[in-house]
Design a protein around this ligand. Structure first.
Ligand code: HEM
Length: 166
């Protein structure tokens, strides 16, 4: 529970703040309309997911999934970060951060019977952390938003540090 719940949520907050400060128009919009925070968190989850993939094992033969045959017992990797930017689902420029984007449905918490147990907790934590930072530290700025240092991880995605001043 600590493993599943800590680094993932820390990275949602870090990746979300970085995305926001790299898109000053979106930062200004959120400061002007703080009620957008709930949708903004969904967009942060979609735009730069702190979990990039999850796995499944096929319980039966699948004849055709996107043109591939998957035999029973085969492992499948689901690239959540890629699916989150599927242009068929997000025709309005999926590579753009848009905190007011309608119908954001990130796959960052997985799906089905193994859907993340802590999804609602993570959303609440991120919402409180980011909205409190913006409210309490209106002059907050990132020291080097153009050259962030990422952790050398593969499944999880997050920053080593995010130096900031105010
Ligand atoms: C932004 C934060 C988080 C992200 C992106 C995230 C993502 C995920 C993903 C992708 C899975 C696998 C789902 C699947 O394969 O369908 C998962 C499972 C899980 N998560 Fe999270 N998680 C987050 C926060 C948390 C928190 C805060 C907790 C608990 C306090 C938590 C507890 C769990 C547990 C227990 C599972 C296993 C569920 C199962 O296998 O039935 N997660 N999470």
């Amino acid at each position: 529970m600590f493993g599943a719940g800590h680094e993932t949520t820390v990275n949602l907050i870090g990746n979300g703040l970085l995305a926001l400060y790299r898109n000053p128009d979106q930062l200004a919009l959120l400061k002007a309309e703080p009620s957008l925070i709930t949708n903004a968190i969904e967009e942060f989850l979609r735009y730069d997911s702190s979990v990039q993939m999850t796995g499944r094992v096929a319980l039966e033969d699948i004849d055709d999934l996107g043109g591939k045959r998957i035999p029973k017992g085969e492992s499948v990797l689901c690239l959540l970060g890629s699916a989150n930017r599927d242009p068929a689902v997000y025709p309005d420029r999926p590579d753009r951060l848009d905190i007011a984007r309608p119908n954001v449905k990130p796959l960052s918490f997985g799906g089905g019977i193994h859907f993340c147990l802590g999804a609602q907790l993570a959303r609440i934590e991120a919402e409180i952390a980011i909205s409190t930072l913006l409210r309490r530290l209106p002059d907050l700025r990132l020291d080097d938003a153009d050259n962030p240092e990422w952790r050398p991880t593969f499944v999880l995605r997050g920053l080593k540090r995010l130096p900031a001043s105010w």
